[in-house]
Design a binder for this molecule. Structure first.
Ligand code: PLP
Length: 368
């Protein structure tokens, strides 16, 4: 909790908001990350002054000098979270303190300024209050307003050092059900010569650079008919780390639910942490440890591993159907639909997030 003075966000509402009909059409079929709400939050940090000029303003293009440091040296971090509209019309988000804390850790790693938890939460509230009509109804499905806070080096300077001017921005985009027709298992390509992160690198920080580093492997995956890449540890190329933007879990026949332990190059997902906490309620035995690719292959082959799934805020839980590598593949879960455990975990999370079940852990924070 911040004891220092918190930022206050000045709201300047645009007069040309999207029409109700336009908004209704977007909300009826939102997709992901395509349309944005009417407003955005901006704030500026200056060395020696701290954060200021915090405001809610019309969503639109940013003005940046071509020499802005982020465009050259990628000093940038981001977060991803969702706001859900409950049955009574109130709007809530899931464990935002965890995102605020991770944003602060990412900022530290990328030599960006810290933002107080209260200011991070304040920005979410300011935007959601202003654009509340853009929050879809989550009483039946899983529609939400996806919130994307990010921070980047906006100083116009080509010298290599932490920027003296940094911009914080928050945008929001309605998101529909990730899977239009039921849970469809994805296939994973094992990237044997690309890593997304290495020891001492930025793997544990949520930064754009990690995503840039994952894209060549993503192309390779597509060339092999796979949906996504799974990355191995960069040192031995032997242990499972995660996907480009999701953590991984394996389900064992005896009820163990195993995920790779945080290695320093794995991103600590809020969904991952929440699943580890929920596991016991669902009669599963959570385990964090190293998992070799060989263990996964052999376990899937023998049937000891009954399911695999990936998890993250955007897709919640995504079943993995096949694991493919140069020269072979193995089925690692039901093919047509998600496995029983993946489905159960997905439902448990969504029931809390959307207010369909009681939030006994205090994971929800009201935004509006
Ligand atoms: C964001 C992200 C995740 C998932 O984190 P959540 O907090 O669960 O959304 C996993 N891996 C990477 C690399 C990520 O960037």
């Amino acid at each position: 909790m911040s004891t220092s003075s918190t930022l206050s966000f000045t709201v300047t509402e645009r007069t040309d908001r999207a029409s109700e009909a336009d908004r209704a059409a977007v909300l009826a079929n939102p997709g992901f990350g395509q349309r944005f709400t009417d407003h955005m939050v901006l704030a500026t940090w200056r060395k020696g002054e701290g954060w200021g000029d915090a405001r809610v303003t019309a969503y639109g293009p940013l003005q940046l000098e071509p020499s802005a440091a982020v465009l050259h040296y990628a000093q940038e971090i981001f977060e991803g979270m969702k706001a859900y509209r409950h049955a009574d019309g109130s709007v809530w988000t899931f464990r935002p303190e965890a995102n605020a804390a991770r944003f602060a850790r990412s900022a530290h790693r990328l030599a960006l300024p810290a933002m107080e938890e209260a200011d991070f939460l304040g920005s979410l509230r300011a935007l959601v209050e202003t654009d509340i009509d853009w929050v879809p109804d989550a009483t039946t499905g899983e529609s939400s307003l996806y919130l994307r806070p990010f921070m980047f080096a906006s100083e116009a300077f080509l010298g290599v050092r932490p920027a003296n001017e940094v911009t914080y921005c928050l945008i929001a985009s309605p998101a529909g059900s990730y899977f239009a027709s039921g849970l469809k298992p994805v296939s994973l390509w094992i990237s044997e010569h690309y890593s997304r992160a290495g020891v001492g690198g930025t793997g544990a920080a949520k930064c754009g650079g990690n995503y840039a580093a994952s894209l060549a492997a993503q192309i390779e995956a597509a060339e092999h008919g796979c949906d996504q890449s799974v990355f191995l540890d960069s040192l031995e190329q032997k242990y499972i780390e995660e996907l480009g933007g999701m953590n991984v879990f394996l389900v064992y026949r005896d009820g163990r639910l195993v995920t790779p332990e945080l290695s320093g190059s794995i991103l600590e997902g809020v969904t991952r942490s929440s699943i580890l906490e929920l596991a016991k309620d669902l009669d599963l035995e959570p385990e964090e440890r190293r998992i070799s690719l060989e263990e996964w292959r052999a376990g899937a082959e023998s049937g000891e591993i009954t399911e695999a799934f990936a998890c993250g805020t955007a897709a919640v839980v995504t079943p993995v159907g096949r694991l493919v590598w140069n020269g072979g593949e193995v089925r690692t879960g039901p093919q047509g639909e998600g496995g029983e455990v993946a489905t159960k975990i997905r439902e448990a999370l969504l029931d809390i997030q959307t207010g369909r079940t009681e939030d006994t852990r205090g994971w929800l924070t009201r935004l509006a």
